[in-house]
Design a protein. Sequence first.
Length: 711
Amino acid sequence: MKNIFNLRPIFFGAVSLILGIVLTTNYFLSKTTFNLVLLCLFLSLILFLVITLIVCKFKNKMLFSKYFVSIIFIVVFAAFGVGAGILKTYENDSNFSGELNVVGTVEDVKKYDNNFVVNVSNLKFNDVSVNGKLELTLFSYDSNLNLVSGAKIKCVVDVLKVDKNFDNINYIVNNINYILTTNLEDVSIENSNYILKDKIKNSVKTQLEKFLNSDNASIAYSVLFGEKENMSANTYEIFSYSGLAHILAVSGLHIGFLVAMLVTLFKILKLNKHLSNILIFIILLFYAYLCNFTPSVVRAMIMSMVLLLSKSYGKQYDALNSLSISAIIVLLINPLNIYAVGFQLSYLCVLSIICLNKPISNTLLKIKLPKVFVNSLAITLSVNLGILTVTASQFNEINFISVFSNIIVLPIFSVCFSLLFSICFLGLIFPFINYLLVVPNVILHFVKLFANFFSEINFLHFDLFNLNYLIVGLSIFLIYFIGFALTKGSVKAITSGCVILIIIVSTLILNIPKNFNDYFATSSYTSSGNYLFVATNNNKRIIVLNGVDNVENVCLELNKNKVGQINYLVVNNYSLKDENLVKELCKKYYIEKLFVKSYFKDDIFTNLSKYVFVNFVENDVFNVSNIEIKFYELYENNFAIGINFNNTNCLLINDTATKTELVNLSYETNTYDYIFTNKSYNLSEIGFYAKYFVTNKNLNFSENIIYLFNK
């Protein structure tokens, strides 16, 4: 009788390790009953397998020998997963807080329009060494600032401890135990004894900035090392919307190009295959070191070496086992890598190619597509289908344009990456070679043109409110079943069809926009501003932003409330640096009108009118769909906002308001039902009267939501 299932012990071991880590950390970081039940069910299943193995040993030796290896792999790696999850969520770290003298080494820098976000390692708090890293946000900008990897940074600031929960999972994954925010003038930056990695990367960066224009230099540096420190938000958004953002982070794609280039070079030089493998391994290991051993790079490095060694020794290469081995190694080094988006996308891309490439290729050949296009199209479709649910759950969007953009851009990019890598690293030894960077500079112009073209195609881009992680699990289950698990065609077809139907129906149900039939309002505040969303009884929706620095947080909260469309946007404290944020908000929610004070008329770029009608408000009081809005001027070009709707008065106070300005404002305002502010002043003592003062007391990027009506 033909086996229905295709046994893969190493793959099962990797899956059990992942489940052990995920289920354990899910419970210990959330402490919910549901996650406890899932963990108990998993442990019960492992216990059942152990008992089954023992019974088979004495009663059915044939079954015992057949399933022994698979069950042992599952049990052992499940134990590793559970143990690693417990240790990682409960590992000890220093418990510092309050105003501290901080000294550390800059590890990486991300530059935004109005601030830097710096990861600092080798920490000392009050001259005491501290485990983990610190995320430091620096406001303002100095063009002469030598803020680069390896620099020594000093400051005296209030340090906040990161709580170990799922709201801070990205901090935990990256071993960031503390966060702080301060102004640039409050820190000192010193040159340090740079390690080899920093010297090489800073030298490459200097050469790129010398021979490429600034935009291309930032793209090239990101392509080589995966660090986007100098890339503008607009450039990254263009690559993201065009489905090409993956080329800006070093991954298996880049390692594949590098290995292909090295194999070709060593063949031309007629090197012995064993010497060739050793040299490739050394180069890959050193490159992974330069890229901070990110999961995607380590995965690609391990799989590449397994492939080369199998060919050298005449062994059959098994891609699924190779992928599983790399996953086990990466997760045993850092179990919480499973929550890193880069890890998820990297492994799912490869799993999708392994499982889906052949079925899709066969289908494309059956419909008589030219063979020259079949392979690249099949790989692109495999990857996009495989990562679809993960990108949807992580970024709340589905973008099918990447299927077309990658087919056109990747062949061009392969040439560009090979040239950049060769010229930049040879240029460290022979500086005159850097003049050849003019060639990849030209190629990058074409890559940007294509990216810009595809980013403007919106009909293949869909925003989502929610995607349950169980749907993500089902999609991964489906990918594996199509490629490996089922060997019988009819069983595979029926199973696949049922799972696909469940995924589609569940996704549609979860993403039906909410219908607001009556007055509804919600407000949220973070450390970077507050907002108010109002839905009226005539089905109009207005959002009032008191500063636009927190647009990303606003979109997250609107997604939670399943807001699909907004009619009007009112913005306070507008500036040129905020234009892209406002533009994206208008595009995302199909906003019809933007209301902004006439003070900012000179600051509104004309191209903003492509996305929204801009209404410049001359008076302090105006009406938007029967809602009264009033601007209170605190100082030139900065306002507090009053909103009156359904007999409810609200006041949103700008975060930058001083105590003197608030005292003056209290003379102008009436009694309010709600006053929203991040200020730590006692507003009632200043002279404000309200039923509720809504204040963010922690100021540590936490969010607090107030539902005024119809929660």
